[in-house]
Design a protein around this ligand. Structure first.
Ligand SMILES: [Zn+2]
Length: 314
């Protein structure tokens, strides 16, 4: 147990990720390489260490992943997907380098993923999920091109995903889940539509995700997990109810999931660390005001100073 964030160790851990090519895990997560870069870079920036990764190399790599249709693949030779397309834009905006890619093509790709009913597909295979609405809206918002899609239809579709318990599911009628709540609330925030939902009821569902050990879970009866420190807390922050959970206990839980020897944060104490949980652990700590970290923006999961620089901070 430690009660402080081991920043130098986490920086070293993130730096080491790209050099572990002899480990099976490196290859198993190949499809997530671009997302991994976004998670690593975001965590580093929040920890005031963005220069720990080589800026120009990252920009060239991201640029190389854009396909003819405008979308981005997760790694060299991989098919384009909305998940990677958003990561690419988030990385380039963070590095103030979004002009190196063909933005019109990205916009065209995102537009092509919207369905007639307002929902979005993740890729050419057509899977529909509330995550993709959030991704599509955020990608276009960061590129200042929200006008290119049917925003009203997207909002109406997101509202259909809200359940009687106040939470949101991945499609209309699906069970409430924190990850989807974060995406739907983010989508409503991006479109100035938060007034359309019952925020108190949603706030109750969210704050009931905190367990005795301080950690947050994804839905009732499930185990706590560091990544929900982000999914739940960011949604609470967006609706102005972050004080409904015990921040001190959450902070202790996240810190207890650190690898004290090699750095990185895991889903819960004692498990293997990964860059995904490292990012959302650090972002969660930033959101609840952990000292010494840059502030994170709850809607974009990007450093607040970046969102302010591009003029999107309210
Ligand atoms: Zn997790």
């Amino acid at each position: 147990m430690t009660d402080s964030l081991l920043i130098p160790l986490h920086v070293k851990y993130i730096q080491s990720l790209d050099k572990r090519t002899d480990e099976l895990e490196y290859w198993l997560t190949e499809h997530l390489r671009l997302n991994g870069l976004y998670w690593g870079l975001t965590a580093l920036d929040l920890m005031n260490n963005i220069e720990a990764l080589p800026r120009d190399q990252i920009i060239n790599y991201v640029k190389s992943l854009q396909h003819e249709n405008g979308g981005f693949g997760g790694h060299t030779g991989h098919d384009p997907h909305m998940l990677y397309t958003l990561s690419a834009i988030q990385i380039l905006v963070t590095l103030d380098a979004v002009d190196v890619i063909d933005k019109d093509k990205v916009v065209a790709y995102v537009v092509s993923m919207q369905n007639e009913d307002g929902s979005f597909r993740g890729d050419q295979w057509g899977e529909v999920d509330s995550r993709f609405v959030y991704i599509g809206l955020m990608a276009l918002k960061l590129l200042k091109r929200m006008d290119a899609i049917h925003v009203d239809k997207a909002v109406q579709w997101v509202l259909q995903c809200q359940n009687y318990d106040g939470g949101f599911g991945n499609t209309p009628g699906a069970e409430s889940h924190s990850g989807q709540v974060c995406c739907c609330v983010g989508a409503l925030a991006l479109t100035d539509s938060l007034h359309l939902i019952d925020q108190d009821m949603l706030g109750w569902w969210l704050c009931e995700r905190q367990l005795k050990n301080g950690g947050l879970n994804g839905r009732p009866e499930k185990l706590e997990d560091v990544c929900y420190s982000w999914w739940v807390s960011s949604a609470l922050a967006i609706i102005g109810r972050l004080h409904w959970i015990d921040k001190e206990k959450l902070s202790q839980f996240i810190l207890s999931a650190q690898d004290m020897e090699d750095g990185g944060i895991s889903d819960r104490p004692g498990n293997m660390v990964d860059v995904y949980h490292t990012c959302f652990g650090v972002a969660g700590l930033s959101l609840i005001g952990y000292p010494g970290l840059k502030k994170v923006d709850p809607v974009y999961c990007m450093p607040e100073h970046v969102i302010a620089r591009i003029g999107l901070k309210k």
